[in-house]
Design a protein around this ligand. Structure first.
Ligand code: HEC
Ligand code: HEC
Length: 412
């Protein structure tokens, strides 16, 4: 397994906030005992240390064996926007990570591979380079592995590696670019993942009002936002999990998000839901009875992990509605109401796995003014939307012409 290494140029602050963010002094015993490998290794520390404070975001970490160069990132951008990196050449990364939809997909469940709907909410890829583990339940340990899993996953890209490779080999501009960047005679699929990962390290936002405020520009936040910050770090208790430079402890919690009714009501969503239970190695009984996403359980297979998800960053969330792993909350106001009720939706529903619900999630008793302040503060985690010009995609060309083929046959 390749490890993420940090480029030596990184400021110490970024390293410590990203690496140590999993330490949460407030985590319950049970939560502490079931932390992901990252968390486990730091348990001793987490017991002593309080959580990392909110901090400005440093430059993104890079994989030591896949440093970003401008040419590699440019190739990665083409591949990210190219649906030929996928099953039937219709569904590429940008299909579900649409720049104008927060580099995500603005519905509760992501759109899926043609004929399917996804079963989870599409995550933004802005700042994804800072996560030690990717996906809602942290199932991928690097951007490179994540890209492979996205492009080949049944309800996402649904591509076959050798077909995708063969397709790219028929595009002269890709042959040239892969040779320039990686020295490949032919585009190799592993290098497709490397290039895409390199591109993702350039999709970073770290000049938000909050970054500016934390760097000393006290005018960067409004009075309302400053009050919201105090609530976030105090009465509302958000900082207990949303901490460090990414506003994530990188740990897994069940905060009470109830099932999305679409899993029961929408035939396609039901098919994907069942398929994913099966694909993730559910027990027979689990497969038959599951009514909601078991989250981190699929990885650990510990019953106390049912309904736990990786704490998402709050950065860029002004542009990424709807929220949560199943997209059931449509606005940041809804999110604040959800927490204020103690992890219940407006119908009073909570997680199917209430026995695992974090002790940190409880009614907050916020006034209307406090709720508004908190929402205003949440908005300070986002700057303007990041836009880009979609690249013109290079065209196919035959490897050789008919005349060349005939000449070759004659020469035999
Ligand atoms: C059919 C829709 C779809 C396609 C195609 C797709 N994604 Fe995703 N992406 C999603 C969904 C949905 C999730 C969350 C899935 C989960 O957690 O199980 C996700 C998650 C991610 C994440 C994790 C972000 C985080 O915060 O952990 C990254 C990075 C990402 N996708 C990049 C890519 C790349 C790169 C490609 C192309 C190779 C791609 N995606 C193709 C829908 C899609
Ligand atoms: C016990 C840890 C914990 C606490 C405390 C907590 N959160 Fe969260 N937060 C999470 C987790 C885990 C998720 C994802 C849950 C899911 O999808 O089921 C989440 C999701 C979110 C999201 C959605 C992000 C997205 O991309 O969909 C927002 C916004 C949010 N939290 C804000 C807050 C606010 C505001 C507070 C304080 C009132 C707070 N959180 C307190 C752990 C926590």
């Amino acid at each position: 397994m390749r490890k993420m290494k940090f480029a030596p140029t990184l400021v110490a602050a970024a390293v410590s906030t990203v690496l140590l963010a999993g330490c949460n002094a407030q985590a319950s015993k049970q939560e502490a005992a079931t932390m992901a490998p990252v968390g486990k290794a730091m348990l001793a520390k987490s017991e002593q240390a309080a959580f990392a404070p909110l901090a400005p975001l440093g430059p993104p970490p890079q994989a030591a064996d896949n440093l970003t160069t401008p040419d590699k990132a440019e190739l990665g951008k083409l591949l990210f926007f190219d649906p030929r990196v996928g099953g039937d050449a219709s569904t590429g990364c940008s299909t579900c990570h649409e720049p104008e939809q927060g580099w995500a997909w603005a519905e509760d469940f992501s759109r899926g591979y043609p004929g399917t709907v996804h079963w989870r909410n599409s995550q933004t890829i802005i700042n994804s380079a800072y996560y030690p583990r990717l996906f809602w339940a942290g199932s991928a340990s690097s951007l490179e592995k994540q890209a492979k899993s996205a492009a080949t996953g049944g309800v996402a890209g649904n591509g076959e590696s050798d077909i995708m490779e063969a397709r790219l080999a028929l595009i002269p501009e890709y042959r040239k670019r892969f040779k320039d960047v990686f020295g490949d005679e032919w585009p190799l699929i592993e290098n497709v993942w490397r290039a895409i990962a390199a591109y993702e390290t350039t999709l970073v936002q770290r000049d938000t009002p909050l970054d500016k405020y934390l760097q000393g520009d006290k005018a960067a936040l409004s009075a309302e936002q400053v009050r919201g910050k105090a609530l976030f770090e105090g009465k509302a208790g958000c900082i207990q999990c949303h901490n460090g430079a990414m506003a994530s402890d990188m740990d897994y919690h069940n905060i009470g998000v109830p099932a999305n009714k679409r899993w029961e009501e929408d035939g396609l969503a039901q098919i994907t839901f069942r398929y994913e239970q099966y694909a993730k190695g559910q027990t027979e009984e689990g497969y038959r009875t599951a009514k909601s996403d078991w989250g981190f359980y699929y990885r650990s297979k510990n019953k106390w992990d049912k309904g736990k998800f990786r704490t998402p960053s709050l950065r860029y969330t002004a542009h990424t509605a709807p929220y949560m792993h199943n997209g059931i909350l449509y606005t940041l106001e809804d999110v604040v109401e959800f927490y204020n009720r103690g992890g219940f939706d407006e119908e009073g529903r909570t997680t199917q796995f209430a026995e695992n619900k974090s002790k940190l999630i409880k009614p907050l008793g916020l006034t209307d003014q406090e709720k508004a302040d908190l929402v205003a503060f949440l908005e300070s985690f986002s700057g303007d939307p990041i836009t880009t010009e979609k690249p013109a995609l290079p065209e196919y060309a035959p490897l050789f012409t008919r005349a060349e083929l005939e000449a070759a046959q004659e020469a035999k």
